[in-house]
Write a protein that binds this ligand. Structure first.
Ligand code: TXA
Ligand code: MG
Length: 326
């Protein structure tokens, strides 16, 4: 675990305008002092991320919301009490004085209180907000261990805090509370149903007036190897047919059992949404590293607790199509 000395060092790096990669319960973040535009611009440079993709500002607790949002609606307070610290991000109207860089020039700001003890210790000692996207190169699979961050962004980061493998494994649920109706911009471990139950009202689907969440477009969370998501039986047929053509195939299976004869790189993932999400990005990285011709993923079941996993897999498939990986 991370020592007090390491946290102190990380805080000094943030105060000096440097970059600190840190664990959260969802995925690792690439953090900078959210109130320092020079530091925030380093985040975009390190990730290779376009400037119109806004960042989430992480704060120690809900009392800090008023520092960043010009109005904190009752719905935000309700959700904060129920789900924070935890894997939920809310979009609110930004406060005067919040920089254009961190918000991508939008009138709104994304805010989250992470629960990971290392993230909490860092935020409490630092005192301010930490702007942090997921600690991966733009468009690629998020990092869920310190080793992932080191291998992908090691040279660009001034300090990496190691808090072990991220517990949840996929990015936070993003809920827009800046409009007339709450709407879900990115599914996550906290489901739409849980949010509706806590708010006592249904969520609206995002519409033309919703704030843009550019990172939720297709071509995201993608390995380099072409990836397809298929129902179990079809997946096994395609794996066999590709193998017959002399192609090397990597499979992320869930309930399908490994065919005895086929020579494929095979990972049997958990058939439980929580455990599956925990290992998803590490599994995709491992299959990608095998440098096969194709990754085949067994489709998740159509259940509410698998929705966020289905969302990430669909984007990985869209983003990994050969024509789009330039
Ligand atoms: O779990 C997480 O949310 C992780 C950890 C590190 O906290 N962070 C994360 O950040 O996933 P990132 O930058 O990879 O994804 C943030 C998403 C992007 O899709 C971005 O477009 C959206 O949040 N976003 C940020 N600010 C926004 C805003 N003001 N309006 C709409 N979407 C926003
Ligand atoms: Mg990301």
């Amino acid at each position: 675990m991370t020592s007090d000395k390491e946290i102190e060092h990380a805080v000094a790096v943030l105060r000096a305008g440097g970059l600190v990669a840190f664990p959260t319960e969802t995925v690792y973040g690439l953090g900078a002092d959210a109130s320092n535009p020079d530091a925030v611009s380093k985040v975009f440079a390190a990730k290779g991320r376009p400037h119109d993709h806004p960042l989430i500002v992480h704060v120690a607790d809900a009392a800090r919301l008023a520092d960043w949002a010009r109005a904190v609606p009752e719905a935000a307070r309700t959700l904060a009490r129920r789900f924070w610290p935890g894997p939920l991000t809310v979009i609110l109207k930004r406060a005067a004085g919040v920089g254009d860089l961190v918000t991508g020039g939008q009138d709104t700001i994304a805010l989250r209180v992470p629960s990971h003890p290392v993230a909490q210790a860092l935020l409490r000692q630092f005192g301010g907000g930490i702007a942090a996207p997921s600690a991966n190169r733009f468009g690629r699979v998020s990092a869920t261990t310190a080793a992932h961050v080191r291998s992908e962004l090691g040279a660009e980061v001034d300090c990496i805090l190691d808090g072990g493998a991220a517990d949840v494994g996929i990015e936070s649920t993003i809920l827009d509370l800046s409009g007339a109706q709450p709407s879900l911009l990115r599914p996550g471990a906290i489901t739409a149903r849980q949010l509706e139950a806590a708010l006592g009202r249904p969520l609206a689907p995002p519409d033309a007036n919703s704030p843009r969440a550019p990172g939720t477009l297709a071509r995201h969370y993608a390995p380099r190897t072409p990836l397809r998501v298929l129902e179990g039986g079809l997946m096994l047929e395609l794996a066999a047919s590709l193998a017959r053509q002399g192609k090397r195939v990597a499979v992320l299976a869930r309930s399908a059992s490994r065919p005895l004869q086929a020579d494929v790189r095979w990972i049997a993932a958990a058939d439980d949404a929580k455990a599956y999400a925990h290992d998803l990005y590490a599994n995709l990285r491992e299959l990608d590293a095998a440098k096969c011709d194709m990754i085949l993923v067994e489709a998740p079941p159509p259940a509410a607790d698998w929705a966020a996993i289905g969302d990430r897999l669909a984007r990985a498939a869209a983003g990994a199509a050969p024509a789009e990986t330039t």
